[in-house]
Design a binder for this molecule. Structure first.
Ligand code: T5A
Length: 206
């Protein structure tokens, strides 16, 4: 079972990297599934709209927000991730439990340990074998995301202090799980990030 997740702040370059890795691994004749959170299923994509749409004057409670990310994940696991892993595919997933721990646990203040426990329970023993974390200065990442899309979604439009907390949380996760959670400098060129990521994947014999 090969489950690889990708983490990082806004605009860190996960989508760009996943595309290159999927291309490389598929070329090695391996079955590869690319997916993302929130989303990945029809229900998940509907939940994604609720989560990312900006609604002025109607803030979501942090608990409601966490519950929606978890609902999207539960559906994603049962409908997409588990069946693909059981068939022997390599699953490349853009965000997973670590996003909830960083965003809702740290930045929304629900507690990293508390959110980690709920995530473990909800994901029923499915854990990534490897996580590639793209570390970037939040201002640089937000500028990339804005340039790419022209506007900002509900999470991106949070204050810079919120995004700095997310980076701090990821760095704590890196310290806590150094074997699984690998840090890559996302300020490097996309090609360099890809080369470094492939070294980690090859060394892990997935
Ligand atoms: N969230 C998610 C939670 O709060 N809790 C959770 O549990 C989960 C699962 C998801 C939001 O939900 C939050 C986190 C997010 O706020 P999203 O739209 O999926 O929303 O957000 P992101 O995952 O952040 O997606 P982005 O598209 O913003 O970022 P990516 O995928 O990391 O970046 P990418 O590859 O699209 O690149 C952005 C731009 O930068 C360029 C690309 O060409 C592109 O233009 N780029 C580079 N430029 C220079 N150097 C590089 N190395 C580059 N790599 C890419």
């Amino acid at each position: 079972m090969t489950f690889i997740t990708f983490e990082g702040g806004e605009g860190a370059g996960k989508t760009t990297l996943i595309e290159k890795i999927a291309f490389r691994l598929s070329g090695q004749n391996r079955s590869v599934l690319r997916t993302r959170e929130p989303g990945g299923t029809r229900v998940g994509e509907e939940i994604r709209k609720i989560l990312l749409e900006r609604r002025e004057g109607e803030p979501l409670s942090p608990y409601a927000e966490l519950s929606l990310f978890l609902a999207s994940r539960a559906q994603h696991l049962s409908e997409i991730i588990k069946p693909a892993l059981e068939k022997g595919a390599i699953v490349l997933c853009d965000r997973f439990n670590d996003s909830s721990i960083a965003y809702q646990g740290m930045a929304r203040g629900l507690g990293m340990d508390e959110v980690e426990k709920v995530c473990r329970f909800m994901s029923g023993g499915i854990e990534p074998a490897l996580t590639l974390y793209l570390d970037i200065d939040p201002e640089m990442g937000l500028a990339r995301a804005k340039r790419d899309r022209g506007g900002q979604d509900r999470m991106e439009s949070e204050a810079i202090a919120f995004h700095k907390k997310i980076r701090e949380a990821y760095l704590r996760i890196h310290k806590k799980h150094p074997k699984r959670f690998h840090l890559l400098d996302a300020a490097m060129s996309p090609e360099r990030v890809f080369e470094e990521a492939m070294k980690i994947i090859d060394a892990s014999h997935v």
